[in-house]
Design a protein around this ligand. Structure first.
Ligand SMILES: [Ca+2]
Ligand SMILES: [Ca+2]
Length: 247
């Protein structure tokens, strides 16, 4: 029940809006502070792992497929440095991301993410039905470095090194890169992820958009239903008058 409806909804909802970047993917969700207990098992391997369950969700807002080869997702310690030896860093292999398609990059340390999963060495065989049909990657155990909860950033870099989309929280040291196409600062301790409802829209605390704490590969459910993602959902919240799903 997870698969096709969720991915279609995500694609349509995001694709319907104007986009800030015409040639590149955008960051649509980041889980940098994994919730405690079973409710933190974002990668659905049955266990909560403080780094392993962290993830960054990407979306292709353009009308064309994007080859992800050479795009990087990094944190403050590796931003702008292709030879970085420390920090979180992941470079995508060749992988076609169709228009409206989503990618979920899990940290993946000490995790066994279910379904088809890609790595730096190669793309997943197909979309992952556990995550709305998104193309799922794991950064793997290399370094076991995760996002720092009280001050860090998630940066999407183009193959030429240009910082495209930056999500900042706290006061990263070193500072988040400047000159990105977009940079947005979010609150620390969001008790779940931060999520965009549109490619060009702002990041919001996920739990204020619906009942769930995060939604790797899909858009938040705003009906208060709660998918069976294994873990606590918290109380369904009333709609806050924010954007609703568009169909
Ligand atoms: Ca997990
Ligand atoms: Ca999501």
């Amino acid at each position: 029940m997870v698969a096709s409806g969720a991915v279609a909804l995500g694609s349509v909802a995001l694709g319907a809006d104007p986009v800030p970047q015409t040639a590149h993917p955008v960051i649509t969700e980041v889980l940098f502070d994994v919730p405690p207990g079973a409710g933190g098992d974002a990668n659905r391997d049955g266990a909560r792992e403080a780094n392993g369950d962290e993830f960054v969700e990407l979306f292709n807002p353009t009308a064309s497929a994007i080859n992800l080869k050479g795009y990087r997702v990094v944190n403050r310690l590796a931003a702008g440095d292709r030879n970085a030896r420390k920090g979180f860093m992941f470079t995508f292999p060749a992988c076609e991301l169709p228009p409206g398609g989503m990618v979920v990059l899990f940290n993946g340390a000490d995790s066994k993410v279910p379904g088809p999963v890609g790595t730096f060495a190669g793309a997943p065989a197909k979309g992952n039905p556990e995550f709305g049909g998104a193309l799922v990657f794991v950064a793997g155990d290399k370094g076991k470095s995760g996002f720092k909860n009280d001050g860090d950033c998630a940066v999407l870099e183009a193959p030429n090194g240009q910082a495209l989309d930056v999500v900042v929280w706290g006061k990263p040291d070193p500072a988040a890169p400047e000159g990105a196409l977009r940079s947005e600062t979010v609150l620390t301790k969001p008790k779940g992820s931060v999520q965009r409802m549109t490619a060009a829209g702002p990041l919001a605390v996920h739990s204020t958009l619906g009942a769930e704490l995060f939604s790797p590969g899909t858009m938040p459910r705003t009906d208060g239903g709660g998918e069976k993602s294994g873990g606590e959902k918290g109380e369904p919240e009333k709609k806050k008058g924010g954007e609703k799903e568009k169909r």
